[in-house]
Design a protein around this ligand. Sequence first.
Ligand code: CP
Length: 326
Amino acid sequence: MNEPAHQSRVRLPALTTTGTLSETQVRSLFALADEYHQGRRTRVADGSVLGTMFVQPSTRTRVSFEAAMLRLGGMVTGFAELESTRAADCFGESLDDVLRVLGSVVDVVAIRHPENGSAERAATLLDVPVINAGDGTNEHPTQALSDVRLMAQALGGLDGRVIGLGGQLDNRAYHSIVPLLGMFGVRRVPLLPPPNTGVPRRLATLLDQHGLPFESCSTMEEFVEASDLVELVPMFLPDYNQAFSAELDADDATIPDTHILNRAVLERTGRTIPILHPGPRTAELSTDLDELPNFLFFPQVAHGVSMRMAVLHALLRESRERASSS
Ligand code: CP
């Protein structure tokens, strides 16, 4: 495989967290994702198989991994839900065994699971590279890599920028995003927590650890005015530590106008800042934004495929190099 010099520096045995990635690794993944997003075509996954094990629902991430692997010339198999495996019948096969079976027949595994730390544990169980596609409330590293790359692209760099994070703040995407914001010199992080709530301890600690000053805003207008770019998630998230989240309580899910981003807020504040949201959106993000050029909710999905192509490329290369040197 002929690789440009900057890409040969990516060493990536697994991807379960962004917290341990070096700036060199991240910049190399961004550069590779840029090339794929600009239309580079390779068949680096020719003959390789991606196994997906999604123990929670997904609209974007699973199909995005599948599209990425297919675009690299690879193949895909796996479980969209456990009901099709022996974990769900009278044998109650253990998840560890299901995972080890999958790991025995593929070259790389992408796992989404309700338990925090499950991807890390999978990585220790399997001989093939493991990618965390969301583990409980813990981390969602490919979403974060993709979103931060898009933020940098939208703003022409992140150094000294002010990046707002809003919605339910103790979510796995933000836990993976914050280390990357610190890495790229973001100046400040305005936060918009759900009405009548504060900043969760884990996020506050993470922001402190990565040298990111933060302040809590109480309205969407204040939040938008304070930020060069905003990312939102729903104000009310279900329990991501359950395999299939129960319906949200209708009362809890009522979002006041003060916490909804729509055209009127942008007009009142005079701001045309980039708007990201990893999905699924609920009432916090109005559909009247959909046609605006700074509304990046749908472009984010396509960028997710390019980033996952970069991640799969790096992992497969690393694993082949390891196999050939052993
Ligand atoms: N962003 C994200 O994880 O979306 P899905 O749950 O639809 O995969």
